[in-house]
Ligand binder design. Structure first.
Ligand code: NAD
Length: 405
């Protein structure tokens, strides 16, 4: 797989070519403050002991405590976590929240563990890292394959070790364990607000035909929200492949179908698609909401979407970006498009520290203007520098970080 951290650095270099931030600042941003690799011993159900490798990268805390999710995946490794931590630094800055960037992970396929093994592993991650975590130091959250329940175990472990009762060290917790209303759909909803704010500026119609890659937290919530707002989801996929129906998919029935059969394939009235085919489907809007490196120099020229909204982190390589730019396909970049998740995580942290609980309506009412503002500032910056939205968003973020530094 293409090194995602290298991709992030290439993006940074491209921005430094169109705006002079000074060598010192760019050099500082090419390295995380620290990257930590830990080994986590876990007692398995059969009595054996297994060692897992875990990570926490604290990239930059100029704007506030390090903030970023924890990923559980068999392919997770330090370069991926570093890239995600770098993007988190910029994302928090674009969203205008007082948080820095970090990310964590464990190399593991969680589907191979029993629930109790997963709990031991999650608590083990906290035991090894409790010194560097804390509400004013480093605040993790969920990412791929980590759930509110995992955040609850981690938060509990942190309280046991440190005595800190604020609950503000982990966000994305269940509602009854200090979580925020609205955190579940926040990334998809924030993405929709950003899309809605930019829709006419990027030349999309009132009612869009939308293709979504990924059927997890982000992809399925986003798809539902787009449908509720009058758009049509014509194709959607998970890791095993997807389905297509030009008249629109019924998500409720599709979710039921996946529960029953274990896959999206062979859904009534629709055609099966591979993930490769899905990315090349003709549509108004393509939403990658799964993983890094999905559009590369081998398939970007086959994209037939009018625009792309990156809800996954890093789904488009820098080479693919250039191809899409030449094809005049606007890309709403990850650090803007999926920043709704971390923004509501910040709300959760804020509520925990103040001992408050906001309703879902209050949360969404606070989220909407922040996403609008971030989208319009990005659009303006891209115009000012006659560049794409990714570079526009980077400039907004880098200016904020540099001003504070
Ligand atoms: P998730 O684990 O809930 O879902 C991931 C989905 O992707 C699953 O449906 C899985 O089947 C699918 N998938 C895996 N490999 C695939 C492939 N090769 N092709 C198509 N689908 C594939 O994870 P999530 O939280 O929805 O995160 C998805 C992306 O969004 C990640 O890039 C993550 O970093 C990013 N993101 C998540 C949040 C959040 O709040 N959860 C916030 C910002 C960004």
């Amino acid at each position: 797989m293409q090194n995602p951290f290298q991709n992030g650095m290439t993006q940074l270099d491209k921005v430094a070519k169109i705006k002079d931030f000074g060598d010192e600042f760019i050099t500082r941003l090419r390295q995380p403050d620290r990257d930590i690799i830990i080994s986590i011993p876990v007692k398995m159900d059969d009595g054996s002991m297994k060692i897992f490798e875990g990570y926490r990268v604290e990239y930059n805390n100029t704007l506030g405590p390090y903030k970023g999710g924890i990923r559980y995946h068999q392919d997770t490794e330090i370069n991926e976590v570093k890239a995600l931590a770098f993007w988190m630094t910029l994302k928090c800055a674009v969203a205008g929240i007082p948080m820095g960037g970090g990310k964590g992970g464990i190399t593991v396929d969680p589907k191979e563990l029993s629930k109790i093994e997963l709990e031991r592993l999650s608590r083990g991650w906290v035991q090894k890292l409790s010194d560097v975590l804390g509400p004013k130091k480093d605040v993790p959250a969920p990412d791929v394959n980590t759930t509110p329940e995992i955040m609850a175990w981690m938060s509990d472990e942190y309280t046991k070790i440190t005595g800190d009762e604020t609950g503000a060290t982990f966000t994305g917790k269940p509602l009854d364990k200090g979580g925020s209303a609205g955190r579940g759909p926040a990334t998809g909803l924030g993405g929709f607000y950003v899309f809605d704010s930019l829709r006419t500026q990027i030349g999309l119609p009132d009612k869009c035909k939308v293709v979504v890659q990924g059927f997890g937290n982000v992809g399925s919530n986003a798809a539902q929200i787009f449908i509720e707002n009058g758009h049509t989801i014509i194709a959607i996929s998970d890791s095993k492949g997807g389905v297509y129906n030009e008249n629109g998919l019924d998500l409720e029935k599709l979710t039921e179908h996946k529960k029953k059969t274990g896959s999206l394939a062979d859904f009534e009235g629709s055609k099966n698609l591979t993930n490769e085919e899905l990315l090349e489907t003709e549509c108004d809007l393509l939403i990658p909401a799964a993983f890094e490196n999905q559009l590369t120099n081998t398939n970007a020229d086959k994209v037939r979407a009018k625009a792309i909204l990156e809800l996954a982190n890093g789904p488009i390589t820098p080479e693919a970006d250039e191809i899409l730019f030449k094809k005049s396909i606007p890309v709403v970049p990850d650090i803007l498009a999926n920043s709704g998740g971390v923004t509501v995580s910040y709300f959760e942290w804020d509520q925990n520290l103040k001992g408050e609980h906001w309703s879902e309506k209050e949360v969404f009412n606070k989220l909407l203007p922040m996403m609008n503002d971030a989208a319009q500032k990005t659009f303006k910056k891209a115009k000012e520098y006659s560049t794409d939205l990714r570079r526009g968003a980077f400039i907004v973020a880098l200016e904020r970080i540099q001003a504070k530094m």
